[in-house]
Design a protein around this ligand. Structure first.
Ligand SMILES: Nc1ncnc2c1ncn2[C@@H]1O[C@H](COP(=O)(O)OP(=O)(O)OP(=O)(O)O)[C@@H](O)[C@H]1O
Ligand SMILES: O=C(O)c1ccc[n+]([C@@H]2O[C@H](COP(=O)([O-])O)[C@@H](O)[C@H]2O)c1
Length: 196
């Protein structure tokens, strides 16, 4: 079985994440994509919305896709969510699964700084998708890392969780930047300053 891991803060999950996962699934023939919210992201600040809430938003977002699942492994594990540690656990638990890790162009450029990237790049393949703001340029990477990245062709979507949080805090609509089910849950729970 081929499984793509879509890791992120998902604060909140948005349509850019979902299209990245669907693009990767189709391009690489993945059987499933597991969306995995991080506990503490390795290199950025959390917004203050709990892991439990971020997971609930992910669950709402993936429910309608037969091949998408949520995975609470990093939230349960706690601490800083370094991918190498997560992947060791996943491969121990699922020895028959071929894992792929789906990332946007910003993260592709950042791969050389990931913890134990050499071992990680030997353990799985990355699937990189376009994202405005950072060129998706494998030639800029050391060859041993570039060799572990497959590029999947995705329309550029200039959407980020940061911009969604900012819009919500300003009282502007976030409808259609997130799936309807996520919009409903955000409104019901009054997250990110959205009024019920
Ligand atoms: N619009 C997008 N297009 C392509 N990939 C994306 C997009 N948004 C996020 N990603 C990818 O999804 C993964 C998880 O992203 P994350 O949850 O941190 O979202 P984010 O929008 O970058 O969040 P924030 O704005 O809070 O930093 C990363 O690999 C990131 O590159
Ligand atoms: O392991 C690392 O060093 C590492 C560094 C940066 C990001 N990651 C992972 O990449 C995914 C996307 O990261 P982010 O910061 O865009 O949410 C998420 O699952 C992170 O845990 C992992």
């Amino acid at each position: 079985m081929k499984v793509g891991i879509m890791g992120g803060a998902f604060d909140p999950i948005h349509v850019g994440h979902l299209l990245a996962a669907e693009t990767a699934r189709e391009a690489c023939g993945l059987d499933e994509v597991w969306f995995m919210p991080s506990h503490v992201p390795p290199h950025k600040q959390a917004s203050g919305v709990s892991g439990e809430e971020r997971l609930a938003l992910v669950e709402a977002a993936v429910k309608s896709h037969p091949a998408f699942r949520s995975l609470d492994l990093e939230l349960r594990k706690g601490g800083v969510s370094y991918t190498i540690e997560t992947v060791r656990l996943l491969q121990e638990r699922h020895p028959d699964v071929a894992f792929y890790f789906i990332i946007g162009a910003d993260m592709v450029a950042y791969l050389p700084k990931w913890k134990e990237i050499g071992e990680l790049a030997r353990r799985l393949r990355f699937i990189g998708v376009a994202r405005p703001g950072t060129p998706l340029d494998l030639d800029a990477l050391p060859p041993e890392i570039a060799g572990s990245v497959t590029v999947a062709d995705m329309p550029q979507m200039d959407i980020s969780s940061t911009a969604i949080r900012r819009r919500a805090a300003e009282g502007r609509s976030i409808r259609y930047l997130v799936p309807d089910a996520v919009h409903d849950l955000v409104s019901r729970r009054g997250l990110y300053g959205v009024q019920p």
